[in-house]
Design a protein around this ligand. Sequence first.
Ligand code: IPM
Ligand code: MG
Length: 351
Amino acid sequence: MKLQIALLAGDGIGPEVIDQAVKVSDAVARKFKHEITWAPALTGAAAIDAVGEPYPDETHAICVAADAVLFGAIGHPRFDHDPSAKVRPEQGLLKMRQKLGLFANVRPTFTFPSLLDKSPLKQERIEGTDLVFLRELTGGIYFGKRGREDNGETAYDTCTYTRAEVQRLAKKGFEMAMKRSKKLCCVDKANVLESSRLWRETVQAMEKEYPEVEVSYEFVDAVAMRLVQWPKAYDVLITENLFGDILTDEASVISGSMGLMPSASLGTKTSLYEPIHGSYPQAAGKDIANPLATVLSAAMLFEDKGLTEEADAIRAVVNRSLDEGMVTEDLADGGKSYKTSEVGDWLAEHV
Ligand code: IPM
Ligand code: MG
């Protein structure tokens, strides 16, 4: 297969972890006889510095033309401490999500047998956890009407959803549930919010199209609690943008390290693959960041292209690196650790 992949390394540790995912993907391409062309493009603070805006039109054109996008991270502390900054890296992210129509953000949480002791939760509670969130990514309060009134003394943000937006996300959820354990949980706050009642009503109406899927409806506050109490109770969860933002950060600690979880954002124009962690500016340029979440994001990319064996090869070599202690310092418990680039080289070599 010929694949053209847009490469948006972004800020902080983005470029370093992306480099490792490229090495591993190239190794997979050699082994399975595929041809990958990488198309690098600017985004985030790096793009603000170069051309004055975080998601330039040129980058968008490269993404639209690509079969998929591999994304590192964006964000820079110099903007975090300046609430008056006119252009912010995160705006680039939101603009990109909107312009590429990345409406379904797939965020899995699973455990690695060799890392169970890294989780802050008790081993017996998390062992075997395998769940996936589908977070709606282009609607809700992130994109609703917002503003100030009363000379700036009152502020508001609004959460708006259309039935069609809920349906397309829920459809992905039902389809994913069919491929997994046929359990779907719709997470909302229908006891309070009108937008949540629309979600619930829409998903309920879709149930008859998927008679085999067992659907549960749970309030977001209860899910926040049960997620850490008994994560194995869940399989596929669908939810709106902000609830999904919060719950997926919470879920990521189950696996023990932020540096491990990959994600995919499925879109109308193209799809994007990225680690769930951020730009980790303190580690930038030090060659110490954990590249596995990005490498596993590349595996999700292959999987979505129907290249399951290729995806499995990446997951297998990642597991082997963990078993053999070929890990970055965040996973080394003060023992022997390796550089980001060394882990990437090892993975590429052992694919
Ligand atoms: C995420 C991040 C973003 C979000 C930020 C950086 C805008 O937290 O991808 O989860 O809130 O969606
Ligand atoms: Mg988040």
